[in-house]
Design a protein around this ligand. Structure first.
Ligand SMILES: *Cc1c(COP(=O)(O)O)cnc(C)c1O
Length: 495
């Protein structure tokens, strides 16, 4: 088996094993870990079509995590994709409105983050053992709403770990907040920050790059890692469901072996769609990766102009998990399409930091053609959600509605009839206010917990286990801090 090593996007001379890259989360130079040589896969559809989710997961993970043994990977996979998911098939594919919705929200926290965060704690645990780490691993996480809860759920009471989650005080839905602040576990802390997701993410990244702070905590017996999609251990498990959905389409007779399909991905930090790009590099027949944004449409602008310009205000939208300006994982794409040219990537990142923008050269711009960028305005999102519900009796959440809206526009503009899978990233029960606003605007109930019951009645779907009676659980976390205080707070939390 060929060994895959990892290097920083900002230093192509560094090398780390996959377990080291997962433990570190982010490179010390601020770059993200990427494979030094991209693995290749023998694609035999007659073989793959017989596999279940866990078996496909193993076949993908072993290509990237080459210093994990077969037994270790299978231990992680078996513990991740079990009864925590409310369906044995893990990620059901539904044919609706003439297209396909891949439901990635059947895990414990009702968003696609569970697809990777149910396995990451196990990967980290095994990685720590492999590298003889005798320190406590402190998972620092910034969340736009869904990562936080999924990480908390995954790491709560995991021996040898501590988890601290920062969420933007006004940037998450009532249900998302409630899920987090009621989290139980001896090793968990949840803190609201006065700021938006970018403030939380920047704060966390600064801590990872603060040698003094890292040394101080190292002496106290802690090392830091990340549960955000900057961690390669988050990204690799996300490649799996791209293959899984393709195989599902084959099984259902919707496509022929080798036929190209599109994916439409509601995008924020560019992690999910980057996993799609990695799937394409492995040989999955993908025509276009359609990158769907809300009105925080910096990626739409970038894909269309080649300029990434962060000099803009962040808008709060009905799809809060995508309210992001700095899409971290784009750096991995730039690294890949520049041929791992770390000095080029460094220049872009410097320019983003110093000038607030960067512009890629024409060669890079040309390589962005795997992607198509679109965005949905707020009313278009709600309109799309309503349309799918009324025409096909299928309730999607607001993030998925952004994707559906962008896909419709894509099809209209390009006349491309390639079969398309829309990644359905959250359950509609997570965003009841906005969902009701779309399907029953006259309802002016303001209580999310009341609305959950109304949605259950309207959609004839019972309230998912993860949020039943959530309004009656005790609030265990009520700290609020300013972004400047994050570092001190962490020091106080880790005695
Ligand atoms: C996180 C999230 C997204 C965005 O995914 P990225 O990997 O950050 O691009 C989209 N929808 C939902 C519901 C999410 O939780």
């Amino acid at each position: 088996m060929k060994q895959v090593l990892y290097m920083s996007t900002r230093d192509n001379k560094s090398r780390f094993s996959s377990s080291q890259a997962i433990l570190k989360g982010i490179a010390e130079d601020g770059g993200l870990f990427v494979p030094d040589k991209f693995p290749s896969m023998d694609i035999d559809w007659d073989y793959l079509i017989k596999l279940n989710y866990k078996e496909i997961a193993y076949d993908i993970l072993k290509l990237f995590l080459t210093d994990f043994t077969e037994a270790e990977l299978k231990y992680c996979i078996n513990n991740a994709y079990d009864e925590k998911f409310d369906t044995e098939i893990i990620a059901p594919l539904k044919k609706k409105m003439g297209t396909f919705f891949l439901e990635l929200y059947h895990g414990p926290t009702l968003a696609f983050k569970d697809m990777a965060l149910s396995i990451l704690p196990y990967l980290i645990k095994v990685a720590a053992k492999k590298n003889n780490i005798d320190k406590k691993i402190c998972i620092l996480t910034a969340t736009s709403g869904d990562t936080g809860k999924a990480a908390l759920e995954g790491f709560a009471d995991v021996e040898g770990t501590e988890i601290i989650v920062f969420y933007p005080v006004n940037g998450v839905s009532e249900i998302q907040k409630r899920q987090m602040v009621t989290q139980e576990g001896k090793n968990v802390s949840v803190i609201a920050i006065n700021g938006n997701f970018d403030d939380a993410q920047n704060g966390v990244k600064q801590i990872f790059n603060n040698r003094g702070m890292l040394n101080e905590l190292d002496e106290k017996g802690y090392i830091f890692s990340s549960a955000n999609s900057i961690n390669i251990g988050r990204l690799v498990p996300q490649i799996v469901y791209y293959f899984y959905s393709y195989i599902q389409l084959l099984k259902d007779g919707e496509i022929k072996k080798g036929e190209k399909i599109n994916f439409t991905v509601p995008t924020g930090n560019f992690g999910n769609i980057l996993a799609g790009f990695y799937a394409k590099k492995l040989g999955l027949p993908i025509n276009k990766l359609i990158c769907a944004s809300n009105i925080n449409n910096i990626l739409y602008d970038f894909l269309n102009t080649g300029t990434y310009d962060k000099r803009r205000e962040l808008n709060l939208t009905v799809s809060p998990s995508m309210d992001i300006i700095i899409s971290s994982n784009l750096e991995r794409l730039l690294s890949n399409i520049s041929g791992n040219d770390s000095s080029y990537v460094n220049n872009l990142m410097d320019s983003l930091y110093k000038n607030g923008y960067y512009e890629v050269d024409s060669k890079i711009k040309n390589s962005l053609k795997d992607f198509y960028g679109g965005y949905a305005k707020e009313d278009e999102t709600l309109e799309s959600l309503k349309e799918v519900f009324e025409k096909d009796d299928y309730l999607i959440d607001t993030h998925t509605a952004v994707a559906y809206s962008v896909y419709k526009a894509y099809k209209n503009t390009t006349k491309d009839n390639t079969k398309t899978v829309i990644l359905s990233t959250a359950s509609p029960f997570k965003f009841p206010k906005s969902v009701i606003k779309a399907i029953d605007p006259k309802n002016n109930s303001i209580d999310d917990f009341e609305l959950i019951k109304i949605i259950s009645n309207l959609s004839q779907i019972s309230v998912p286990k993860g949020i039943v009676n959530i309004d009656q659980r005790d609030v265990l976390h009520s700290k609020v801090c300013n972004k400047e205080e994050m570092m001190q707070l962490i020091k106080n939390l880790l005695p």
